[in-house]
Write a protein that binds this ligand. Sequence first.
Ligand SMILES: O=C(O)COP(=O)(O)O
Ligand SMILES: [Mg+2]
Length: 224
Amino acid sequence: MARFTPRMVLFDLDGTLVDSVPDLLVAVNAMQRELGNPERAEEDVRNWVGNGVERLVERALTNDLDGTPDQAAFEAALPVFKRAYAESNGKHSRLFDGVTQGLDFIRSLGLSVGCVTNKASAFTLPLLEQTGLKDHFEVIISGDTLPLKKPDPAPLIYSAGWFHVHPSEALMIGDSISDVKAARAAGFSIVCMSYGYNHGKDIRDFDPDAVIDSMTELAGLVGR
Ligand SMILES: O=C(O)COP(=O)(O)O
Ligand SMILES: [Mg+2]
């Protein structure tokens, strides 16, 4: 397997560090009930995560990964979802096994470390705080921090600039096609977690540089 010697490592959040689907499911179904709509299944919600709050609400309303609801229905639903998610965020989420060890290992190498997520900042910071992860990151870029989010490379390139690191010395660790596309477009290396959310598809089919089952495996993969 490839060996990586980056100066900076960026971590995706949902599906990579934190299993956030239980909280998102509670919020989706609170929204659905309040709007008089049918509840959605956990396995569907799992496939809808990764493109930010707005896309999740659109998918939940239409019960379709590619769905676009009526604009008025979307505008009525979005604040309901945001209120419900502010309530559930962090309550049922848990770190995936190996995350603490993986983060500790990367930090022991003295590398610059950031978090780049498509989750809106109003939810990112409370979740990082509640899971005890916030202090691991020198930079946190949320889905609404910049005008463009993953799969656009902008948040990755911004982070590399922040740390004065060339993209060729940067590693992204994620779980989805958006992480792979953003990393490729930015000129980063990309390692993916096999357990994450990727819209129901196997992330191996999208050719990241490596796929691992636990962040404990980073010790055999990263560093000189
Ligand atoms: O879709 C979201 O809100 C967040 O997804 P991400 O943390 O995997 O980028
Ligand atoms: Mg993710």
